[in-house]
Structures are given as structure tokens and as C-alpha cells.
Write a protein that binds this ligand. Structure first.
Ligand SMILES: C[S@@+](CC[C@H](N)C(=O)[O-])C[C@H]1O[C@@H](n2cnc3c(N)ncnc32)[C@H](O)[C@@H]1O
Length: 319
């Protein structure tokens, strides 16, 4: 029997609060000042909490500009669903502003998970990533030699994965894995490259997660962190099929994203829900998808589904 997917009622555009929010944000004259105010608030709050938002943006832009052509696959045309407004950036993920603010936004997101605690951005980020790794760890069998982080953005997930796997390999007297990050945004990849000053990620690939061009059965671990809520359902199915093709038999997939059933998301204040819905074009499709069912249909087995914090869910499984 299929599980009933419990999406928050503010997300459902066909009725009630969801429909009301949808109408409100479709009016550009209302949406733009809302975005502007929200951006100012996010930046001010982040800087107060130890994230040097604007200084970091300037620095990353200067450093990343010169490496853009090195990380760009010439002629790659992103799918239409990708070329839309995301996170209040008119050019979505395909612009410098989004790329040079992604690290700060990721740290601000990690800090928001534990509002009652005073954490440094690094402590919050490390706690979030450690909890994700802990869910997949029991599924890993044998040495992990090749790892692919799909939708790596500016490499925060990729670097945390790499540090964890290096320690794991060391403890097991194994050689470190080859770690690759893959994303559709060349600007994000350019920032990822310059952020990785330790050189702990082997390469940054500019490709679509649903069409990587990599060989069958060549990867031991695939990570898909905070990506699925940015995809329409048909693209989620395509990415899962590609992950299945790339993994060796017994290889593992770990995904993390918002948990539609979490009480935090179910009870989101209307203003915040409005903002979230207006900046995430596919959030409703993501919330209404039965992810466990989608994974089983793609061929995955041994699903472990765990909350890694009050608002996110990790799903780890095997090919
Ligand atoms: C929220 S970010 C993920 C951040 C990162 N994985 C982390 O956990 O810190 C989502 C990323 O997915 C990328 N993305 C979205 N659709 C994609 C696709 N079809 N193929 C590759 N990357 C994609 C976006 O460019 C963006 O950088």
C-alpha cells in the first residue's frame, strides 16, 4: 500500500492557505519588496551571528572569476526547469550573486536548525553534516573508493564528506577515496574550487545530475544533499535513475532534504511559508512526492530513513 504523503498545508496550492499564498506571490509588485526586506533581514541576522556575508561575497567573487572557464563544460545547455528564478535570484543558480552567497546561506541555514543554542557557523554546519554521515555509515561495505556529490553547489557538502571519509579510511587503514562534486552551475563550481583551499576534493564536474556522462557501476557512494527540493518530480526520477546506473552493486546513496512531515515545517509561520514557497519553485512537487516509493521504483533497497535534526530527513539506501 502506498504511504500518504503529509505535505504541509501551506504548500498545497490547490486549496486554503496554500492557494492564498500562491496568489499573493504571483503579484510581482508584492513579491519584490518582500524579497528585498527578507534579504536585508537574512544578511543582517547572518552577520550578527558570525557569518561575514558581504565581505565573503566580495572576496569569493574576486577569487572565483579567473577560474570560471576552467570549470565550465563548453556548450552545456541546462534543462529549462533549471533556468528559473530560485532563492529570489532572478537568474537562479546561474549567476555570481547566488554563487558568492551560497556558502553564507548554507551556514545561516545550519544555524537556524538549532535556534535555542549559540553555535558558531562551523559547529552548526559540522553537526548537521555529521548527523547525515552517521545515517549512511552502517550501509557502507568495503573500501569507499569513488564518491560523487551530486548538486554540490559551492562544495560545503563535498568538503564535509571528504573530511569524514578521510578519517574513516585512516581508521580502517585504507587509501582515501576520490571525491568529485558535480553541479549545473559553473559559477557555483568556480566558487567551490577556490573554497577548497586544502585541495581535499579531487575534481569539480559541470554536468546535469540526471546525465553525468560517467561510467556505469563506477561509484561507491553518491550524495544528494539539499538538491531534490530544487527539482520537479520528473527530474527527481531521472536523477535517481542516473544514481542507480552509476553506483556499483552494493553501493550506497545518501540524500538529505527537508522533511515534509517535520513539525517545524508543518507549523511554519505564514510569512516564512510564503517566502519559502516563493523562492523554491518546485517545493510543492517535492513535498507531494513519496520519496521512499520513488527510490524503490528506481531499484534501491535497504532504505534507512531518519530525522537528522528537527527539520531534515536523511534517506540512505543501497543499489
Ligand atoms: C541547495 S544546493 C545544494 C547544496 C549542497 N549539496 C550542500 O548540501 O551544501 C542545490 C544545488 O543543486 C544544483 N542542481 C540543481 N539541479 C541540478 C541538476 N539537475 N544537476 C546538477 N546540479 C543541480 C544547484 O545548482 C545547486 O547548486
Amino acid at each position: 500500500m502506498k504511504a500518504v504523503v503529509r505535505q504541509p498545508q501551506w504548500a498545497d496550492s490547490s486549496q486554503g492557505l496554500g492557494r492564498w499564498i500562491e496568489r499573493l506571490i504571483s503579484i510581482g509588485l508584492l513579491r519584490r519588496p518582500l524579497f528585498f526586506q527578507a534579504r536585508q533581514l537574512i544578511i543582517r541576522t547572518a552577520e550578527r551571528n558570525g557569518i561575514p556575508w558581504r565581505a565573503r561575497r566580495t572576496m569569493l567573487r574576486q577569487m572565483a572569476g579567473p577560474v570560471l572557464s576552467d570549470v565550465t563544460t563548453p556548450g552545456l545547455v541546462p534543462p529549462d526547469y533549471y533556468r528559473v528564478r530560485f532563492h529570489a535570484y532572478e537568474q537562479g543558480n546561474l549567476c555570481w550573486q547566488a554563487a558568492t552567497e551560497a556558502e553564507q546561506a548554507t551556514d545561516a541555514m545550519a544555524l537556524r536548525i538549532w535556534p535555542a543554542e549559540t553555535l558558531s557557523p562551523l559547529t552548526a554546519q559540522t553537526r548537521l553534516r555529521d548527523a547525515i554521515h552517521q545515517v549512511v555509515d552502517p550501509l557502507l561495505s568495503g573500501p569507499v573508493q569513488r564518491v560523487l556529490d551530486l548538486g554540490c553547489s559551492v562544495g560545503v557538502s563535498t568538503q564535509h564528506l571528504s573530511r569524514w571519509l578521510r578519517l574513516r579510511a585512516q581508521a580502517r587503514h585504507e587509501s582515501p577515496a576520490c571525491i568529485q562534486g558535480l553541479d549545473l552551475s559553473p559559477e557555483m563550481l568556480a566558487v567551490a574550487r577556490v573554497r577548497d583551499s586544502e585541495g581535499i576534493v579531487d575534481s569539480w564536474l559541470h554536468a546535469a545530475a540526471e546525465n553525468t556522462g560517467l561510467e556505469d557501476c563506477s561509484v561507491d557512494l553518491i550524495s544528494l544533499q539539499f538538491v531534490c527540493h530544487e527539482l520537479p518530480q520528473n527530474a527527481i526520477h531521472a536523477v535517481l535513475a542516473e544514481a542507480f546506473r552509476l553506483l556499483r552493486p552494493g553501493g550506497a546513496l545518501v540524500m538529505v532534504d527537508q522533511d515534509p512531515a517535520s513539525s517545524v515545517l508543518q507549523r511554519l509561520p505564514v510569512a516564512v511559508a510564503t517566502l519559502l514557497k516563493s523562492t523554491e519553485p518546485y517545493i510543492e512537487q517535492y513535498f507531494s512526492l513519496d520519496m521512499a516509493d520513488a527510490l524503490h521504483s528506481a531499484g534501491f533497497r535497504n532504505l534507512r530513513i531518519e530525522a537528522c535534526d528537527p527539520r531534515h530527513r536523511v534517506i540512505a539506501c543501497l543499489r
